[in-house]
Design a protein around this ligand. Structure first.
Ligand code: BV8
Ligand code: ZN
Length: 251
């Protein structure tokens, strides 16, 4: 792998692209201080995801699951977007048709200025009632570990993330597939590509004729399908790519 040569080619195809789609995962927030899920120091290194990020887990261990989300919220509340988030947001402004599809629930992309964001796995800020669906937009103080109940029906309030075994939001998934199919270039950044149906998106883009580019310091389940792989972190690669694009954009 020749990083300089690959970077050159990547810059070329981005400059020629009319439509770009980007899929991000927890790796993009790693340099903001938020642990990923499956890396050795990740959230799920010691905990069982199905137990924590599932409806059954919530029913069986409501306090454990609520504590886990409150702890994550407290961490996220102290974190800022990193240069990778900002570069992705600035790239969006330079491209006619740009869609950011994220599996992340921390909303750091939006804080960095990204506008067209499809949240496939919901967000960790909002809550809703597990029993009647009543939404509770106002963030609950992450230090408060008492179990909140719904004012509407008395049910159990839960974080508005998509758990394992739950359907992804229809509109967001539909739009994600459309943007993957029409993209000339599809980036997959900071995701192990192990969670479906999000992990299908880079392959949908490839099958529809896009160049697919992986940015990840480690190999993933889909690395072998990529046209280009940059074994770099998001905060290393994206600012370099952005800088090269700005140089080439007509003034
Ligand atoms: C569903 C909750 C219908 C929120 C999460 C086939 C088709 C459809 C479904 C399935 C299927 N096969 C299996 C399923 C079921 C399941 C699934 O995919 N299971 C997996 C484990 C096999 N999918 C579902 O249940 C989905 N629902 O399909 O409904 C259905 C229902 C039942 C049965 C069939 C179908 C729901 C999926 C959503 C689950 N919710 N989280 C929360 O608590 O946060 S998933 C969880 O994993 C996170 O949301 C996260 O976003 C997601 C993906 O993880 P990554 O973001 O990739 O993070 P990870 O740690 O894995 O990797 C980080 C990467 O970053 C690494 O590669 C690392 O090298 C890299 N990295 C590290 N540092 C950096 C970096 N990269 C760049 N820069 C750095 N600095
Ligand atoms: Zn309710």
């Amino acid at each position: 792998m020749n990083v300089i040569k690959d970077l050159e080619s990547i810059i070329e195809i981005i400059c020629d692209a009319k439509s770009i789609a980007v899929l991000t995962g927890a790796g993009v927030s790693a340099e903001s201080g938020i642990r990923t899920f499956r890396d050795p120091d990740g959230f799920w290194a010691k905990l069982n995801p199905a137990e924590l990020a599932s409806a059954n887990g919530f029913i069986a261990n409501r306090q454990l699951v609520w504590d886990w989300y409150q702890e994550r919220r407290a961490i996220i509340a102290e974190c800022q977007p990193n240069s990778g988030h900002y570069a992705i947001a600035k790239l969006e402004a330079l491209v006619d048709d740009f869609t950011l599809i994220t599996q992340n629930v921390d909303r750091l992309h939006q804080s960095a200025g990204s506008r067209n964001v499809l949240e496939l796995h919901g967000n960790i800020i909002d809550n809703h009632c597990f029993d009647c669906g009543q939404t509770y937009e106002n963030a609950i103080d992450p230090r408060d570990h008492s179990l909140p109940n719904c004012q509407n029906c008395g049910g159990k309030i839960r974080p508005s993330v998509v758990w394992f075994g739950e359907m992804l939001p229809e509109y967001e998934m539909e739009q994600a597939v459309i943007s993957a199919q029409k993209s000339d270039v599809f980036f997959t950044i900071g995701t192990s590509a192990e969670v479906y149906p999000a992990a299908n998106l880079p392959l949908i883009a490839k099958d529809a004729g896009a160049y697919v580019i992986e940015i990840n310091p480690n190999p993933t389940a889909i690395s072998s399908y990529m046209d280009y792989v940059l074994r770099m972190t998001s905060a290393q690669a994206m600012p370099v790519i952005l800088e090269e694009i700005i140089k080439r954009k007509p003034k």
